[in-house]
Every structure is written in C-alpha cells, then in structure tokens.
Ligand binder design. Structure first.
Ligand code: 3PG
Length: 203
C-alpha cells in the first residue's frame, strides 16, 4: 500500500493552500514523508494539488466523507484516502479509483464490515476516547490480520507505545503540525516536533 513504511501520518488542517509546501518540507526535514490533508477547510483540495509532485512525499486526503469527495481528492493528486468513519460507498469509490483507503472504525462491527470490503488497514478513531491500545489488543483477537492507524489523542508521550504494538502499522495525529503552528508559519517547530517523534521510535 502507498503508506507502506510510513509510521507517522500527520493530520494537516490548512487555512491557506500556500502553506502546504513549506509545511510538507518541514515534515520531510524532520523525517516524515507523508501527510493527510483534511477537507475540513476549503484550502484542502488546492493544498493536495500543491503537494502532488513533491519529491519523496506521499500526499493523501482526510475527512473524505462522500464518493464525490473521493473523486475530488484523487483528481487533485491524493494517493490515499482517510475517513473518520466507515462508509461503503467511499471505500468502493476509492478502490475503483485505485487509491488506498483507510476508513475509521470504532467497534468490532465496523471492523467486520471493513474486512468484508477487503480492507486490512483501518484507522481507529478517536483512539484515546475509545480505549487506545487496550481496544486495539482486544480487536486483534478476532481480527488478527487487521492493522490499525490510531488517531485522536496520539501525542509524543504515547506514540512510541502505540508503534511498539504489532497490531499498529502507523500513528496519526496533529501534534507535530498543529493548525496554530501552521498558521504562525512556524516551520522550525514543525520540523523539530517531527524529528522528535521519529527519534522516539527509532531509538
Ligand atoms: C483528527 O481527525 O483530528 C485526527 O485524528 C487528529 O487528532 P488529534 O488532533 O487528537 O491528533
């Protein structure tokens, strides 16, 4: 899958598409080579388009809620699609468009439905509120082939623990490139927080 080998998937909310490249380059300097650009702002589509040709960087889209959203983000250059929840039509459109899709799940019922759609890489959202690693380990019993992307409440204090679990393929979150840091243009902080995140799991 496109996200293979990526251990951090930053969730990026951009108010101005012009910030996309400086933010992505700061992530890269810190050792992170992908980002999920959310559709929570109108700048999202233009930001994805701005990043589609950035070398050694994988741009995806988040907060993808409808099949039309899938078409818009794929047309803009997104190589993976993330949703907060599980919608069959979104998954099917993403698969038809040939991009990876990582829908959110919160229950065993949703994991089961996602598996029947052919997926084994799922976002757990909102991870902290749902029970974090405890829930992931419980779900791994009946679904040993599923690997999770916990998102929501992942932070520097718990990211390494999540990533040490064999049922977790990557973690997602906004802490290394918050909306405030992006708005302030503080690329130095984004680079530093990214580097610290990567260092915490490689030592
Ligand atoms: C989200 O969808 O907002 C992400 O899961 C990020 O959550 P976080 O802001 O708690 O990292």
């Amino acid at each position: 899958m496109t996200l293979h080998g990526q251990r951090f998937v930053p969730v990026i909310v951009l108010d101005h598409a012009a910030r996309a490249v400086p933010v992505a380059e700061a992530l890269q300097r810190g050792g992170i080579r992908c980002a999920e650009i959310t559709l929570r702002t109108t700048a999202g589509i233009d930001a994805i388009a701005a990043l589609r040709d950035l070398p050694d960087f994988t741009v995806g889209a988040g907060t993808v809620l409808t099949p039309d959203d899938v078409d818009r983000v794929v047309d803009a250059g997104a190589r993976f699609v993330v949703s907060p929840g599980l919608a069959d039509d979104v998954v099917e459109r993403a698969l038809a468009r040939g991009v990876d899709v990582v829908p959110g799940v919160a229950t065993a019922t949703e994991v089961q439905r996602a598996v029947r759609l052919g997926l084994t890489r799922l976002k757990l959202f909102p991870a902290a509120q749902l029970g974090g690693l405890g829930l992931i380990r419980a779900l791994a019993g009946p679904f040993p082939d599923v690997r999770f992307l916990p998102s929501g409440g992942v932070n520097p204090a718990n990211a390494a623990d999540y990533l040490a679990d064999p049922n977790v393929f990557a973690v997602s979150g906004s802490w290394m490139a918050t909306r405030d840091l992006i708005a302030a243009g503080d690329v130095a902080a984004i680079e530093r927080l990214s580097r610290e995140a990567v260092a915490a799991v490689t030592r």
